[in-house]
Design a binder for this molecule. Sequence first.
Ligand code: URA
Length: 235
Amino acid sequence: MERLDKFLCDSGAGSRNQVKVILKQGRVTVDGVPEGSGSRKIDPKTQQVCLDGQPLSGWRRVVLMLNKPAGFVTATEDKREKTVMELLPAQYRALDVKPVGRLDKATEGLLLFTNDGGLLHDLISPKKEVPKRYYARHEGTATAEDISAFADGLTLGDGTVCRSAVLECIGQGESMITVCEGKYHQVRRMMASRNMPVSYLQRQQEGALTLGELPRGQVRELTEEELAALECWQK
Ligand code: URA
């Protein structure tokens, strides 16, 4: 047995406050009978809950893309810092989504969230080698030697061995970097190891997903096509 308001939130009906309103508006039925009390206990196995006549399952998978601004840590909570969770509308926080992997506090760009534990696991698993593409502004300019050092697999100052990565020089002090793993401060450390310390870093792509025109600080759900594109990482 569980509370009706929690069941409605988990089904994606809205945030806790939105669910209160929905209940007051008389849009929810339990076994066909209108129900206005969120504290009412229901058994989802034997009872049917409908919103505006549509049956609810009690769980809605959601995958979100955020264009993360600098200044937020990738964590579900933190005592001192602002977290990326604060950038999500309440109705998504109510669905218990978690960040997929992490971006540093200073890094901007594409960050996914999901409440699907299996998908989360697959996308961050080093075995899946999901490519992530970054734009970097940095000191110096990438040379042919830097590009081949990235391709060969860099060894960082502390002995960390990186897998083969793609470095593209796109201008003076500007590069694109594609890595298939997610070690701590990886891109910044790789660039620093080649004397190109990074002053600005933005993730633009993860697998087939691109940030596109999503404004900084904004979040959106993935489209059906984007969700289908994620499936290749789930085998
Ligand atoms: N590499 C970094 O150094 N920082 C990030 O946030 C992501 C990749």
